[in-house]
Write a protein that binds this ligand. Structure first.
Ligand SMILES: NC(=O)C1=CN([C@@H]2O[C@H](COP(=O)(O)OP(=O)(O)OC[C@H]3O[C@@H](n4cnc5c(N)ncnc54)[C@H](OP(=O)(O)O)[C@@H]3O)[C@@H](O)[C@H]2O)[C@@H](O)CC1
Ligand SMILES: Nc1ncnc2c1ncn2[C@@H]1O[C@H](COP(=O)(O)OP(=O)(O)O)[C@@H](O)[C@H]1O
Length: 285
């Protein structure tokens, strides 16, 4: 058996879904996502991640961004609260989930933020520049134990392993296993047929399309995963549901607008439809 065969294809009809909401629920029942990123010129990445966390059901979302990102974010997503960099996380609520990296940049301020986040035990999603900084500083940056989901594209995976993108792509299964061995946690190696490595499972996502190869698409996935963790989904479930939901939303959006025209915000807009489809699948099962 090759390593690739050990990764089982996920099935959209049976992927885990969100539990039904209690009639007594309030926003505090659905967790609080703190999305950290939005460095100069990249507020959009942070905004997409925040909106995606809300769209999958997070009760509250706070954007932690560079001051230049905030006016735009406040106008585009008034549902989010926000904090400026430099931020400190001493007062994080117990139920907080962190999503770090979308548009973060790789300067000193970003490094300081990650140094502190690495000491927190709250569940975390690490993406984009958080991964680039992790590649530079190594696993010591992950000082405290915490449930952590890492979401590299092949370029980020190559930096984390110190190899070329071609080496990652030539044996994606070996690459994701090496990533987990080096850094711990739960992983998705993004791209055509994303591979997922959880605590208990090795999966492949057969959904998605090359229309999703567009700026901001991965930022939407980061927000989705954080929003699911915030609702107390176990890391394995959040990983398999989140990656499939994102890819299915991408397929629904591509069916409407075509692959070439797809924008990350179209994937975001299709997330509620994909979630409703999933709920119907489960009702029918
Ligand atoms: N609106 C905003 O604010 C947005 C802000 N953004 C923010 O920008 C920051 C930089 O992030 P980034 O991903 O754009 O740059 P970077 O890490 O250098 O990776 C690019 C290189 O990686 C590789 N590569 C990637 N995918 C691959 C694949 N599937 N298959 C194979 N290779 C692949 C590829 O390498 P190559 O093939 O060229 O060798 C490529 O050149 C980050 O903070 C992010 O959040 C973006 O999210 C966009 C929207
Ligand atoms: N050819 C493809 N087939 C399926 N999914 C793809 C393809 N290309 C990109 N994607 C998906 O789109 C997303 C792109 O993420 P990423 O490269 O981090 O973009 P960004 O940094 O611009 O947000 C990932 O979820 C990836 O799996």
């Amino acid at each position: 058996m090759t390593m690739n065969e050990a990764f089982v294809a996920l099935n959209w009809q049976t992927v885990p879904t969100l539990p039904a909401r209690s009639p007594q629920a309030h926003k505090g029942s659905f967790g609080h996502v703190f999305a950290v990123g939005g460095g100069p010129g990249m507020g959009g990445a942070l905004a997409l991640a925040c909106a995606a966390a809300y769209r999958v059901g997070a009760g509250l979302v706070t954007a932690v961004g560079h001051p230049s990102a905030i006016p735009y974010l406040a106008a585009w997503l008034p549902e989010a609260t926000w904090r400026d960099w430099p931020a400190r996380f001493g007062d994080l609520p117990e139920q907080a989930v962190l999503a770090v990296g979308p548009g973060l940049g790789q300067g000193l301020a970003a490094h300081d933020l990650l140094l502190e986040i690495g000491t927190l035990s709250h569940p975390q999603v690490w993406d984009a520049d958080a991964l680039n900084i992790l590649a530079r500083f190594g696993p010591e940056l992950l000082a405290a134990d915490a449930p952590r989901l890492f979401t590299p594209h092949p370029g980020e995976a190559a930096r984390l392993l110190g190899v070329t993108v071609a080496a990652v792509q030539s044996d994606r299964a070996a690459a994701i296993c090496r990533l987990q061995a080096r850094y711990g946690g739960y992983w998705v190696l993004k791209g055509h047929h994303s591979l997922l490595l959880g605590g208990a499972g090795r999966w492949l996502c057969p959904l998605g399309n090359p229309g999703m190869a567009t700026g901001g698409s991965g930022d939407v996935l980061t927000g989705i995963l954080a929003g699911l963790l915030a609702q107390d989904l176990a890391a394995d479930k959040a990983l398999s549901l989140g990656v499939c939901l994102h890819a299915r939303a991408g397929d629904l959006a591509a069916a409407r607008m075509g692959e070439a025209s797809l924008l990350a915000r179209d994937i975001l807009a299709a997330v509620p439809h994909a979630l409703q489809e999933l709920a119907q699948n489960h009702d029918g099962n």
